[in-house]
Write a protein that binds this ligand. Structure first.
Ligand code: HEC
Length: 131
């Protein structure tokens, strides 16, 4: 192989990798892939509050962690856990019932407005991923 062929080969690899990451997006904890939508303004505010208050357990982009469940899951579709479930979970905490992560403690210092933004953020993520 001469230098030119190596250069072409490297270029092909780079383009393939770029296309791959573009189409698959960031991967979640389970090794699958998720879609990140273009968030509305409200959801973008929600994302900030989510990352500060919820992501330690519910994971980046709602993909879950060892401490809490993913929101990209059939359990948390809007029809099963309505928006009131978010308000209630944050204010009062959640007794473990679906999972074995333990209870969710109430989350202090999140305003009612932030709760609405977070809910919108999660709903937009869910919609983009078929939940
Ligand atoms: C300390 C970890 C932890 C943090 C922080 C946390 N959660 Fe949770 N959350 C959990 C666990 C664990 C469950 C699952 C309980 C079960 O059903 O077994 C849960 C469940 C939920 C549910 C489902 C409630 C239901 O009715 O089943 C919602 C909604 C929720 N969390 C929202 C949030 C939001 C929004 C935040 C951030 C403001 C947050 N959580 C922060 C651990 C956490």
């Amino acid at each position: 192989m001469n230098f030119k062929m190596v250069a072409v080969f490297v270029l092909i690899l780079a383009v393939t990798y770029a296309a791959w990451t573009m189409f698959t997006g960031p991967s979640n904890a389970g090794g699958g892939t998720i879609s990140i939508p273009e968030f509305s303004q409200t959801a973008q505010s929600g994302q900030i509050a989510y990352e500060e208050n919820c992501a330690t357990c519910h994971g980046d982009n709602g993909t879950g962690t060892d401490n809490g469940p993913p929101f990209l899951h059939a359990f948390y579709k809007a029809g099963h856990h309505g928006d009131g479930a978010f308000l209630n979970a944050i204010k009062n905490g959640v007794r473990a019932h679906h999972w074995r992560f333990g209870n969710m403690p109430p989350v202090e210092g999140v305003s009612d407005a932030q709760i609405r933004w977070i809910t919108k953020y999660v709903r937009e993520l869910q919609a983009a991923n078929g939940y």
